[in-house]
Structures are given as C-alpha cells and as structure tokens.
Write a protein that binds this ligand. Structure first.
Ligand SMILES: Nc1ncnc2c1ncn2[C@@H]1O[C@H](COP(=O)(O)OP(=O)(O)OP(=O)(O)O)[C@@H](O)[C@H]1O
Length: 546
C-alpha cells in the first residue's frame, strides 16, 4: 500500500487475474487532486473499459476490501491452481464502519456529467431499493460497476433503503460533481452486455411521456413510425431496450416489447371494431378499386365511387397492426432490379400527376407497366403502348391464373395490370412506378419486388382548396385541357379516405408525401427516390432470407 503514494500514472500493486476473466487495477492520477488533498485514483475493471471511476483514497480501502473478497470467492473455485501475482495480505478494514465488513458492500463514485445515469431503481419485494434496469450504453452501463439487482444502501451518504424511488431522485439531482453510491451487489449473475444485432422498423408512434404504463418515463425512447431502432435487450418480456441505429451517443431507452404492443393493439381493436368493419380480401373483382390511371377518359369520374367503401367501412381502429418489423440493411447489387415503387393515395390526390412528372423528368430511368384492357383499341392508340388489348376470354383466363396484381371493370370493359408487365419494366433496368390500391401492397410484398411504398396525402382542407383552385386558374390560362374540378365534398372525402388508408395500411408506407404545392411535392418525391438508390435501405429480414 506504500505504492499508493507513488508517482502519478504508476500502476499500483493491486492486480489479480483469474482465468483471464477479470482484472482490477488501480492507476494513480496525480494531476487530479481532490480538494481534501487526497490523491484521486481511477479504477478499471477489464474487459469493461475505459476508466470508470474516480475516487478518493479514503474510499480505496473499502473498495480494495471488496475487490479482495470478490477475488477470494473466485479463488475458492480455483484454489488448486497457482495464480500470479501473489496477493499481499489484506489491510484491516477501518474500525468505524462496521457495516462495510459485510460481504460485498461496494462504494461507487461516479463523476456527474450532462448525461443521465442510465439506470432505473425500484422497491424490491422486501422493502429495499434495487437497481431495476441498466440502460445499455448509458453511463452506469459503461462504468461496469452498477448492475441490475444491486441493492442501494446509500446515495451521497444518505441512507435510502426506507425511501421511495421518487425520494431518491432529488438526492441524485442535488449532488454536485460526483455521486457516491453504497450498494450490495445483487445475486443475479452478471452477463456481459452482448450487443445484439437486431434492427426493427417501428410501425407506430411512441411517446413515453404519454404512456402511463412505462416503468420510468425518463428512461423511455420516443420514436415515430418508420424509425429504425437497434434492439439491445429483450431480456424483459414487456419492456425492451433500444437505441436509434444512427444515434452517435449509443444510449439505449425503454420501448414497449412486441408482445406488449401487439396485445394493446388487439385490445384496442376489439374495443373499437364493429361488425361492419370487415377486412377486405385482396384482388377480388367486387372489392378491388379500379385505379383511375387505367382509364384514359376521366369525364365520368366520380370520386365517391371508389372512396365510398373506405369512408364507410374503415374505422380508425379497425386494424390488426404489427408493432415492429425486423429489418436488415440492403444495398442493391449492380445488376439487380430496382425496388418497385408503389404509389398509394386517395383518388384525386395527385398520384397520376406525380407519376407523370417523374416519367417526364427522366424517361430513361423511370417506367410504368402497360395495363391490359378488353375495350376496343382507338384510332390514335398503339397496341402494347397505351394498353395491351386482349379479348374478354383471355382476360378472364388471366384472372383465374392470378396474373393480375389489380383489375376491375369499367363501362363494361376490364382493365388491369399484370405482374408480368411490372417485371418487364424492371427487366429494362428501370425504376418501375405503379399506383395501386393499398390492399394490393401485400400481394407485391415479396423478395422479388421489394416494394418501396410512397403514400401521397392531401394537405389540410384549407390548403387543399387553395392549391387546387390556384392550379385551376393557372391551367385555364396556360393549358387547353380542362383541369379536373373538385367540390368541397370531394375534398372532405379525399381527406377522410387518406386518413382511413393511413390508419389501416400506414405501417406499410415508407414515405409520406403531402401533396400541397405540386412542384414541391414533386421535388420531394424525386429527391427521395434518388436517396433510396444511393443510400443503404432497411428492408424486411424475410426478403433478405428468401
Ligand atoms: N398539388 C396539386 N395542386 C394542384 N392541383 C393538383 C395537385 N396535384 C394534383 N392536382 C390536380 O388534381 C387532379 C387530380 O390529380 P391526379 O389525376 O393526379 O389524381 P390521382 O390521385 O391520380 O387520382 P385519379 O387516379 O382519380 O385521377 C389533376 O387535375 C391534377 O392536375
């Protein structure tokens, strides 16, 4: 122990290795003198690095006694072997602190910074205070000194065993510079925090501040639908620990587990579902909406026709929403097809307009599948360009053979888009743009197409009215073709339908474009598709496995 007063930076003679599993070392830090005149030392306990603890020499004796007791328990199990270096005899414990003779009392001193401690506490079954959770990557976790299950005796010299967790928080808040804990290590076996490599896309919004069920609001991690999180602990069935995959400080927070969230979703669904809320089967003639883009003439278009079923039957809670989707990073290989871009939105919102603008902006790069129809070819139309013109019999045969991703009947004629026509665009090494009814997404949700779903959403009523009116004035001046007109009832339907679509299928949308100003909406979608091609994408793990 004479070594303690030696030069700064010198390794002190307290070091023990047991089967290479752990070592404790003390390094004198001469530059860091405490106001009391004690020399400060830093403790490292590998493999948890870097230095984790600043403490005064007065506490070193308590600590050393703990270390040696821990080491001795290891020694019990390996006593037949000879370990170097040989340990010096233990110094006597300070006589005035009887309590610290107890097995494994640990004095921990952490230097405070702006970062939260990253630990939560709770009352245990017998009235004491225990460390409930250590947030992965947080200050407490990095220190390697506090563990889940540890019993808290004192905080800054204040006994806390009889206190409630809420009463302890102010003690922590008051402490200036450093916080000293006296803990009794829990019996739970200490596991090395293995960094799990599970990534999920969140399929709902979550705000811990608004969640009465979360055990500690401050420890919660807020996220928005579509965020990608790394799950770092699934040890608890109800509360997982996660962090943002791009978060530089790598601190974890609590989020509801998949089980918990899906149980809540199911509860909400059964509370809010009425017998009318039937979920429609995809790809059926009766229920499949006929996209406007199938038809060249829109004169007879009635916005209410295609949207009535949405506004009637899709209550905001009528859904069976998964909570998280496991995802993996994906980069398209040079000869691989582009991801299929699916455009979804209520009728009249501007899906066709945006698709048209994208095509015009780069016809070599973007393509659209040629639809099939059973109607007569018009004079100005070319076979296989505007449509594939086929007989009713051939069309019905293809329906039976599940060749169409979507089809419907209009004016006594069939219209539809075949899977093969999508494949043809992709085979030309183009980005295939396809507008679909949202229930069709699931049909294309495959490894082959890896769809990237863009939802085109109307703005709020006032802006919707304004932007469409403004566009109409401009077009009547500049273009010979009349713009489509909308009534207020149309706008209301559009907004309601968009809401219903988002409630039911929002978890499948990777990008939402609010089509207020058309030029801005186009710039946004163009930039988003360019980003998609450049950056790493997160795709469902199931697509990568197939
Ligand atoms: N942001 C906008 N501002 C003004 N007018 C718009 C905007 N977006 C679209 N429009 C106009 O609204 C009308 C409907 O747009 P579009 O045909 O693209 O809708 P859609 O979503 O494809 O619906 P449908 O398939 O029923 O035609 C068009 O006249 C289009 O020019």
């Amino acid at each position: 122990w004479a070594a303690l007063s030696t030069a700064p930076g010198e390794q002190l003679g307290v070091r023990c290795l047991a089967q290479g599993h752990f070592s404790y070392g003390l390094t004198a830090k001469g530059s860091n003198r405490q106001p009391s005149g004690h020399r400060a030392c830093s403790l490292t306990s590998s493999p948890r690095l870097p230095p984790v603890l600043d403490m005064e020499i007065v506490n070193i004796f308590k600590l050393v006694s703990l270390l040696f007791q821990n080491l001795l328990s290891v020694h019990d199990t390996v006593a037949k072997k000879d370990y170097d270096p040989k340990l010096p005899p233990l110094p006597p414990l300070p006589a005035d602190d009887e309590e610290d003779k107890e097995d494994s009392v640990r004095i921990i001193r952490l230097v405070k910074s702006k970062e939260p401690l990253g630990a939560t506490i709770k009352k245990d079954g017998i009235g004491g205070i225990v460390v409930a959770r250590i947030m992965r990557g947080g200050a407490a976790d990095r220190s390697g000194l506090i563990h889940e299950g540890d019993k808290l005796r004192e905080v800054n010299g204040v006994p806390v065993e009889d206190k409630r967790p809420e009463e302890i928080v102010p003690i922590l808040a008051k402490s200036d510079g450093a916080v000293t804990f006296k803990v009794i290590p829990g019996t739970k076996e200490e596991l090395e925090a293995e960094d799990t490599k599970i990534f999920v896309r969140t399929l709902f919004d979550y705000n811990p501040k608004e969640d009465p069920a979360i055990p500690c609001k401050d420890a919660g991690l807020e996220f928005r639908r579509g965020d990608v999180l790394q799950i770092v602990s699934q040890e608890d069935d109800t509360w997982w620990q996660a962090r943002r995959h791009e978060d530089p400080n790598l601190r974890a927070g609590l989020i509801p587990s998949k089980q918990l969230q899906e149980r809540l979703n199911t509860q909400q669904k059964s509370e809010h579902t009425t017998p009318n809320n039937t979920i429609q089967r995809p790809n059926s003639t009766k229920t499949t909406g006929l996209r406007r883009s199938f038809r060249l003439s829109r004169k007879d278009h009635k916005i209410h026709d295609t949207q009535a079923r949405w506004t009637k039957s899709e209550g905001p809670r009528a859904r069976n929403i998964p909570s998280y989707q496991e995802v993996v990073p994906y980069n398209r290989k040079p000869r691989e097809s582009y991801r299929l871009v699916l455009l979804v939105g209520p009728s009249g919102v501007g899906v066709s307009e945006l698709k048209r603008k994208l095509l015009l902006s780069d016809p070599e790069h973007f393509g659209v599948p040629v639809p099939h129809t059973t109607r007569e070819c018009r004079r100005y139309e070319r076979k296989g360009v505007e449509y594939h013109f086929v007989s009713r019999h051939a069309f019905e045969k293809d329906i039976l053979n599940h060749k169409f991703i979507e089809y419907g009947e209009h004016g006594g004629n069939y219209y539809g888009t075949s899977i093969d026509s999508v494949r043809r665009v992709l085979a030309e090494s183009k980005v295939c743009l396809q507008d679909v009814e949202p229930h069709v997404i699931k049909i294309l949700y495959t490894t082959e197409f890896k769809p990237y779903v863009v939802f085109v959403k109307p703005p709020a009523m006032q802006q919707l009215r304004l932007s469409r009116r403004r566009a109409k004035i401009l077009s009547s001046r500049n273009e010979p073709t009349p713009m489509r007109t909308f009534s207020d009832a149309d706008f209301e339907d559009m907004i309601k339908t968009a809401q219903a679509m988002e409630n039911k299928y929002g978890y499948l949308f990777e990008k939402i474009i609010i089509n207020d100003d058309l030029a801005l909406a186009f710039t946004e979608i163009r930039a988003e598709l360019a980003r998609l091609e450049k950056e790493t994408n997160w795709i469902p793990k199931t697509w990568a496995q197939a």
